[in-house]
Design a protein around this ligand. Structure first.
Ligand code: ARG
Length: 463
């Protein structure tokens, strides 16, 4: 019999029963559901809303159920609809009528809201730790490649020289902001909704602050309608994860390109690439491709959440049961992608020679050539024009700037001297870029120290 059968004359149609039921996916919230119920039951006892002895019996019963679910000894039923009613049914089956007192001063609406928040409060720090692990790999990769010159691109055209270490720190900063976004989301959602009731609070003398403390929430929600209606914290989390995946997808795309024979800037470890069933020569970057692909999945989950919540009138609507699968899918996907991506990057072999060759061939030092003339007193726009002409004639003659003779240089501008060759050397081009944030080794070392500190602060807070 349904918990709510009192008002009904007929049994629920089996089609509706299955359709309505969320136990197949929300069983995942069992720990949070039981933890929330234990805190609630304790509060009911302390406040004298139920008898303290009965409160203790409920707590004990709930703990035993938790242990049994942990030990895989419990079967949930579709008939009981969701995790909340499954646990309540089990409790009543086990401890009798006392179990029926648990749901005093509570609704499934505030119950589910607290469960999801508790769940996310557990998962977000785990995701943050995985991002920090990836940061550590980026630092390691940067450390060995401070002098690994490579072409930097705009429009995927060779633009200006940079180093692989500088490149790694670009991604490290994106990931740093991903961590900040998740921390921010965690801080904002750290509010207890329990005690909101169905929507309009309760007539019982409950103590929400006690429950908040028991469950480790910093604050309580300020309005009971909002407390049960809102899922913006889940959407915010989904947005932060979408941005994280967007970053990983760009990184994946670059790794895929770098490992192509057109680039050959890097090679994946055999253990992190796959072969082809027909083409014997192939070494495919499947891991990077899947991370890129799964980004679409996380975006889809974000759009699902936004669309489910769009235009819903206050307060709770059953539509909101649809929040769980996308949310869980995001958590699973992100937790799946981060470690394998980090390991793939960790084992990636960088090919400094190929990067340097590519950087030498594409007039990547043209800006530096113009800057040379500027340092000799010329206006940048004039210098830009002169170097543009030089590049154009080099292309016609099959030369590069470094292979021109001093005579060739002087034919277009008499400010060129023998020191132009030193100015055009890629190492010089990179190391002269000493502006803060730039690719010179001294600047990249500072960027690495900043990321290292960011990681260390969080790792030490974890222990
Ligand atoms: N399984 C439901 C959900 O996940 C729990 C809340 C049900 N509330 C209700 N009033 N039917 O949304």
């Amino acid at each position: 019999m349904k918990l709510w059968a009192g008002r009904f004359q007929k049994e629920t149609d089996t089609l509706v029963n299955d359709f309505n039921s969320s136990i197949l996916f929300d069983a995942r919230l069992y720990k949070e559901d039981i933890t929330g119920s234990i805190a609630h039951a304790k509060m009911l006892g302390r406040q004298g809303i139920i008898d303290p002895g009965e409160s203790a019996a409920i707590v004990e019963g709930l703990r035993a159920i938790l242990e049994d679910i942990d030990g895989d000894k419990v079967e949930f039923s579709l008939e009981s609809e969701d995790i909340h009613m499954n646990v309540e049914r089990l409790l009543t089956e086990r401890i009798g009528t006392t179990g029926k007192r648990l749901h005093t001063a509570r609704s499934r609406n505030d119950q589910v809201a607290v469960d999801i928040r508790l769940y996310m409060k557990r998962e977000i720090p785990e995701i943050i730790n995985l991002i920090l692990d990836l940061e550590k790999v980026l630092l390691k990769k940067a450390e060995g490649n401070l002098d690994t010159v490579m072409p930097g691109y705009t429009h995927l055209q060779r633009a200006q020289p940079t180093t692989f270490a500088h490149y790694m720190m670009a991604y490290a900063n994106m990931l740093r902001r991903d961590v900040l976004r998740l921390e921010d989301c965690l801080e904002r959602m750290d509010e207890l909704p329990l005690g909101s009731g169905a929507l309009a609070g309760t007539t019982y003398n409950i103590d929400r602050r006690y429950v908040a403390e028991e469950l480790g929430f910093k604050r309580i929600t300020q309005n009971s309608i909002d407390g049960v209606s809102d899922r913006d914290f889940a959407i915010e989390f989904a947005s932060a994860c979408s941005i994280l995946m967007m970053h990983l997808s760009r990184f994946s795309e670059e790794i895929i390109m770098w490992c192509s024979w057109e680039f050959r800037y890097a090679e994946l470890d055999d253990a992190y690439s796959t072969g082809s069933s027909i083409m014997p020569q192939k070494k495919n970057p499947d891991v990077a491709e899947l991370v890129r692909g799964k980004t679409g999945r996380v975006y889809g989950d974000l759009v699902t959440l936004l669309t489910v919540m769009k235009a819903l009138p206050l307060a709770y609507n059953k539509d909101m049961q649809e929040d769980k699968e996308p949310l869980f899918d995001i958590i699973d996907t992100v937790k799946l992608c981060l470690p394998v991506f980090a390991a793939m990057l960790d084992t990636l072999t960088v090919k400094p020679k190929n990067m340097a060759n590519a950087a030498s061939a594409g007039f990547i030092n043209a800006t530096d050539c113009a800057d040379y003339l500027v340092k000799k007193g010329m206006a940048f726009r004039d210098a830009y024009m002169i170097v543009g002409r030089l590049v154009s004639s080099c292309i016609k003659m099959g030369e590069t700037l470094e292979t021109l003779t001093l005579k060739d240089f002087r034919a277009v501008c008499d400010k060129f001297d023998a020191d132009i060759y030193d100015a055009l050397m890629l190492k010089t081009c990179v190391n002269e870029r000493k502006s803060e944030g730039g690719p010179s080794a001294e600047q990249v070392i500072k960027q690495m120290a900043y990321i290292q500190q960011f990681v260390d602060e969080r790792m030490s807070a974890n222990v």
